[in-house]
Design a binder for this molecule. Sequence first.
Ligand code: COA
Length: 420
Amino acid sequence: MQLGIDDISFATADRYLDLATLAPVHGVDVDKFRIGLGQDRMSVCAADEDVVTLAAAAAQPLVESLSAAELRTVRTVLLATESGIDQSKSAAVYVHHLLGLDPACRVVELKQACYSGTAALQTALALVARNPEQKVLVICSDVARYELDSPGEPTQGAGAVAMMISADPRLVVIEPASGLHTADVMDFWRPNYRSTAVVDGRLSIRAYLDTLKAAWLDYQDQGGEPFASFDAFCYHQPFTRMAVKAHAHLTKVVGQPLDAASAEAQVADTLRYNRVIGNSYTASMYIGLVSLLDHSERDLAGARVAFFSYGSGAVGELFAGVVRPGYRDHLRTAAHQELLERRREVDHAEYLRLYDVPNPTDGGDHPVPAQTSGPFRLAAITGHQRVYERTAQSAVDGIARAAASAPAATTTATTLPAAG
Ligand code: COA
């Protein structure tokens, strides 16, 4: 029985900052960001966007494409994030509600820095192996924030990716062998009292590359495929240049060294979306996969793709997938490109205002201004509750069936106008 990714879609924030705007603020040439980091733009969340709204937006097209009977086979939702909105309640429960999914469902959030989406994927595969009639909805959603004026600031971003995991998948079969590596490293972490991560950037790059090598060696020990059998490589991308560095490193590890330009050519199609989205932590490698599938001029049917998932702290996993014949008929390329084109550019002043958007902690009634043009929004924080609702865009994008089966909206105390 073959198991893997049957459908995939991503969402990102409503706005973006061009890194040409940020370069003079940092007093550097924009090529440091464009060439040195491989980033052109960063997605910036509107005041009413967060990991819940992004996750629901990413998953909406997948849910909407299922019949009512198929929807009932989605009995698990796994949401991976390292920028969650609650220490106790899973962001996935809000998303489950917003999407109108069946109540007969197990719903949970997973955390291990940027890696946990892969833990969710592997868990989903195991659940489907146990009952091939069921599907698992895996969502990775993150808002990457660093301190202003820090080296990490230009690598910020926001995004979510949703994957429907099933037997006999239409897009990518995930093979059983996996290479694993965990080591206790303090390269990036976020204590409960901080809204931005504490980062040792240089150490994080070293830890990423060391983990890649160890995971590759474990993958070989576990009976993984030889390097020469791979047609494409998809790496975690905290900034896209990191994938180029990683690929050059792996070629050295396997004794077939490549210069940077050749290494870049081999991963180029996986970088295109993340160059303009920025870091999306758990989602970034899977947005890399969407980018590869959406952009490859070559028909990838039968191609074996290597995936390297890394989460600071540090956990890494290297595994492989094989692209299914006919995959192109099931991609959402036009919707992804339209989403990126629909974003609105912000200037530096607006970026700063959105960076400092209030996060009230007093338990009062705090409506959130309607800003996003996405399908879901945070409407209010009231009585310590986050209140979400669908926007007019949700109806435009079409969620008629899910809306019909779902309870009204999570809105209880506040009704705000839909996004304008
Ligand atoms: N034109 C082209 N390239 C330029 C340049 C210019 N004008 N100016 C600088 N660069 C290059 C540098 O040579 C360097 O390239 P290299 O890495 O190939 O040597 C690159 O831009 C980055 O510059 P550098 O000064 O070395 O680093 P930085 O202080 O900007 O920090 C990170 C980079 C990644 C450490 C920082 O963005 C960070 O902390 N990010 C968050 C953590 C992270 O993403 N970790 C990754 C693993 S998870």
